[in-house]
Design a protein around this ligand. Structure first.
Ligand code: ATR
Length: 274
């Protein structure tokens, strides 16, 4: 692609962002669609991140994704936001900034892709974690299931996440075995399992035979949790699915067209291997 003065600029904003896969994903889609646009990673370090994000609009940025630790900042910086936590920003030609959260819908799309019949199967959900990702997933699943149980190292955070949902509950970290045994869908939504991170000894042996096990971690693509669930014959959903589908929704908000999720998966798996 030839970069010119007319090339539109989009970005992932966070800190750190050097290992983000979003530039590979979006630049791949720009090529698929013949768009004169480029997607870069912007590590933001600022005393006033709200002002820094707003300034990007003054430089003519078209859109951005936002990752830790700026998802709340992004929602605050926007003129209008659909949630208090945002992962997607879109600047209108007049400079007005709108914030969106596509994480929850992205997770549901990934789940539907891997387990098309999940709606009939998942009545009781266990979400491990109570951070931004866990809450976005809980909000998206809540209307479609009987109960959403958050289990979190810090119980008060699980209580707070549960209180956001009509059918939300919290469990003690010590009750992990019971939580696994009673769930139809288990979603690992913490950073546990990340390469070099602490590995948890998940009680996969307690899972129901028809349980679905999903991850948000994608480095490694097959976490210990997924490997053990697969070896038990359980249906699994890897973390790339949510990354790709939240990105596809962001792309659609910017360009009005849904990009090819499978093409992104091929490119991202190649990138993870290299
Ligand atoms: P994100 O926006 O990616 O969800 P976050 O809001 O910082 O990130 O949330 C991180 C989640 O991972 C939290 O649920 C956190 O648990 P606490 O509320 O107890 O902090 C969880 N987490 C992080 N490291 C963990 C660890 N070593 N063991 C258990 N849970 C962990």
């Amino acid at each position: 692609m030839k970069i010119s003065a007319a090339t539109r600029v989009l970005a992932i904003i966070g800190n750190p962002v050097a290992h983000s896969l979003s530039p590979i994903m979006h630049n791949g889609w720009f090529a698929d669609h013949g768009l004169d646009a480029v997607y870069v990673a912007l590590p933001l370090q600022s005393e006033d991140p709200v002002a820094a994000i707003r300034a990007l609009g003054q430089f003519g940025l078209s859109g951005a994704n936002v990752t830790a630790p700026y998802k709340e900042t992004a929602a605050k910086a926007a003129d209008a936001a659909d949630d208090v936590v945002a992962n997607t920003l879109r600047w209108a030609p007049n400079g007005a900034l709108t914030a969106f959260n596509t994480d929850g819908a992205g997770f549901v799309a990934a789940l539907t892709e891997a387990a098309p019949d999940w709606l009939g199967r998942a009545r009781r959900v266990l979400i491990i974690g109570a951070g931004g990702a866990a809450i976005a997933i809980g909000k998206a699943l809540s209307p479609n299931v009987d109960a959403v149980h958050f289990i979190n190292r810090t119980r008060t955070n699980a209580d707070a996440a549960a209180a956001l949902l009509a059918n939300g509950h919290s469990l003690r970290w010590e009750d992990m075995e019971q939580g696994f045994a009673e769930a139809d869908l288990i979603v690992q939504a913490t950073s546990l399992g990340l390469e070099d991170g602490a590995a948890a000894d998940w009680p996969v042996g307690r899972c129901r035979a028809a349980a679905i096990v999903a991850e948000i971690v994608y480095r490694p693509l097959e976490t210990q949790l997924l490997a053990r669930a697969r070896s038990r014959g359980l249906l699994t959903v890897d973390g790339l699915g949510m990354l790709i589908h939240q990105g596809a929704r962001a792309f659609e908000l910017w360009f009005g067209v849904r990009p090819d999720a499978l093409a992104a998966r091929r490119r991202l798996i190649a990138a993870l291997r290299s």
